[in-house]
Design a protein around this ligand. Sequence first.
Ligand code: PMP
Length: 415
Amino acid sequence: MTAGPAIVERPYDAAQVRRDFPILHQEINGYPLVYLDNAATTQKPECVIEAISNYYRRDNANVHRGVHTLSDRATHAFEQARKTVSRFLGSPRPEQVIWTSGTTEAINLVAHSWGRSTLRKGDRVLVSWLEHHSNIVPWQLVAAATGAEVVPIPVTDAGEIDLAALASLLDARVKLVAVNHVSNALGTVNPLADIIRLAKAAGALVLVDGAQSVAHWPVDAASLGCDFYVMSGHKLFGPTGIGVLWGRESLLEAMPPFLGGGEMIEQVSFPTTTFSGLPFKFEAGTPNIAGAIGLAAAIDYLGTLDREGAAAHEAALLARSLELAEEVEGLHRIGKPAHAAGIFSFLLEGTHPSDVGMLLDQQGIAVRTGHHCAQPLMERLGIPGTVRASFSIYNTQEDVTRLFEGIHKAKRLFA
Ligand code: PMP
């Protein structure tokens, strides 16, 4: 028997992917742009820009209430977008996908709807020290209103959730554990399977902040076993102002509305008002129709890519950064999580993060500096902030080389 022709797998080609993103092809301060602020927001491929523009050129109308053709088209595209997100997150039903303006609003929705109606004095919500402010402050607001308590889950010096400490915090008082999938400040990939197993054994619900994970690998929210999964479109190559709350159906059904207004009602009268079912109960007012359509276009675009290859490519960019970092005296990587995704956070001895950031910008390199909306984590690590380079599907090894040329220059000038 002769062997068939060898299947040649095409390696992931970041340079090709880069061509799909028009913004990347420009000079900043006289240098070709190196965009390494992907954890703050990702850039948009041409097809997403087109989908939004086409919607406004051809189909714009309000959804769900018109009898005319444009309204039909807008409604169809909007609900198709929900189905696209539903498939993307492995949701059993599209009704479990609630449009929000982003991760922040999605967490606030759960905090104010589920939290205010469920939490009582003495109850506890556990959030880790790794969290973004948007997964801390909504819980503090609800705690202040209900008498519940927000208790931080310790993290190790490496920037990982301390699972033993989590286990010892879990008791009957804990009603919810809220953690991110990936830390935006350090890139730590949290061991969700363990966290969810521990929380469930203690009878607590689990909310996962997926703002930083969905752009790196496919996530099946339903099979993770969590109760809520939230994400932002703009970190997933989609537009700003659109995001998603995915929730377990029975929980969403039982939760009271968050915002009141049009779209979310069944019938309004002064004595009594009744509410729509899922998902509309949580979608008061005219939604971000173009945003939903743009997000669906981004997800469709991702579907054309080799996502495993992209994840391996991003891991290679991080690995090369860590290798080059070893050669820079006085450079300290912040956090050393065993499992990290796409983020290289560091400090350069004798320099302030914002000075390094500005010097990199002068060389056309965009990074983020500061506390990354994670002030408790900075406090825990005893630092004021970091310089953060975050990688995405279109970054190249050349970008990493340019970043380190910039770091060497900063060291020569400031350190
Ligand atoms: N959580 C994490 C982990 C994040 O990185 C961010 C954005 N930096 C947010 C929540 C908030 O996302 P948004 O501003 O899109 O609501």
